[in-house]
Design a protein around this ligand. Structure first.
Ligand code: IPM
Ligand code: MN
Length: 344
């Protein structure tokens, strides 16, 4: 019989609440014969305060022994900026070689968007996840003095760029519109920009059916708002992708709906699924957190593990639920409603 070994990292703030709903819907969506084994990892701000640890080597080893990871949110104002980001979230993305950071954006009916009444928005950002300015390649001199100098050098390798670009072409090739847009800033960041553009063009020769396009990142932000329907698949670097996907979330129903997958396509390490939003300590414990982004991340998780029908059922349930959604519903009520729809 089939089984899923799932590592669960609820994390901080609303992470705990939304992950509980994600697991509820996962349980409802899975066929009877699939055995779900979950293991909880107590990581995040509480753990750091208690022990000074963010993620131990032993925990990293033990996480490897799973089919996937579901993560809620990491971060708390009581922890210095960067400690949990670098020591936990980015550590996982780098250690498990999550080079495809997949962030779909779909405008569901009846969602609050500044773009109401626009045509369909249905695109996916393939954000590079292991390179760029995120690698921590930099330093500072004369720190804290008026003469301080700081560098943050973006790392781009042909190997790293080619594998994510290829993944994006594969995704574009399997979608009806078959369109791929590269977003960069090659008029200013000429070294990295040319590496990306050259590889984008080279790999593109292998995908004659895919229509390609290039946009500078600043121009892309305009089109995200004025013409989002022009996008199908977008491929971009780690930092541009970070910024663009928050904007994408804002124009397609808000950060409460934005799902993501940190994917290692080779399967050498478990992929990790998480909502794009953070731990929102201001609303933690109030029942106001929208678990939909986590539930849609569970759909991406199922898709990744080969449960495409179950993933589609969750997405359909979300679309139906949003069409009727009452703004006053709590985190738990939304989870219950979606679980009920998914189990039919
Ligand atoms: C995200 C977050 C992270 C990122 C932070 C918390 C490190 O903003 O998942 O988009 O920048 O990737
Ligand atoms: Mn972000």
């Amino acid at each position: 019989s089939r089984s899923i070994r799932l590592a669960v990292i609820p994390g901080d703030g609303i992470g705990q609440e939304v992950v509980a709903q994600g697991l509820k819907v996962l349980g409802a969506a899975l066929p009877q014969d699939v055995k779900l084994e979950t293991k909880n990892y107590d990581l995040g701000a509480r753990r750091w305060h208690a022990t000074g640890e963010t993620l131990t080597d032993a925990e990293l080893e033990s996480l490897k022994d799973h089919d996937a990871i579901l993560l809620g949110a990491i971060g708390d104002p009581s922890v210095p900026s960067g400690v949990l980001e670098r020591g936990l979230l980015l550590k996982l993305r780098f250690a498990f070689d999550h080079y495809v950071n997949l962030r779909p954006s779909k405008l569901f009916p009846n969602t609050a968007t500044p773009l109401a009444g626009r045509p369909d928005i249905d695109f996916v950002v393939v954000r590079e996840g292991t390179e760029g300015p995120y690698v921590g390649n930099g330093g500072s001199l004369r720190t804290g003095t008026p003469a301080e100098v700081a560098t943050e050098v973006s790392l781009n390798t042909a190997y790293g760029v080619e594998r994510v670009v290829r993944d994006a072409y594969e995704r574009a090739n399997s979608r009806p519109r078959k369109k791929l847009t590269l977003v960069h800033k090659n008029n200013v960041l000429v070294h990295a920009g040319h590496l990306w553009k050259n590889i984008f063009d080279k790999v593109g020769a292998e995908y004659p059916d895919v229509t390609t396009d290039y946009l500078h990142v600043d121009a892309a932000t305009i089109f995200f708002v004025t013409q989002p329907e022009r996008f199908d698949v977008i491929v971009t670097d780690n930092l541009f992708g970070d910024i663009l996907t928050d904007l994408a979330a804002a124009v397609t129903g808000g950060i409460g709906l934005a799902a993501s997958g940190n994917i290692n396509p080779s399967g050498a390490f478990p992929s990790m699924f998480e909502p794009v939003h953070g731990s929102a300590p201001d609303i933690a414990g109030t029942g106001k957190a929208d678990p939909t982004a986590t539930i849609l991340s569970v759909a991406l998780l199922l898709q990744h593990l080969g449960y495409a029908d179950e993933a589609a059922r969750i997405e359909a349930a979300v679309a139906e639920d949003l069409a009727e959604r009452d703004a006053a519903r709590t985190t738990d009520e939304i989870g219950d409603a979606l679980a009920a729809r998914v189990s039919g």
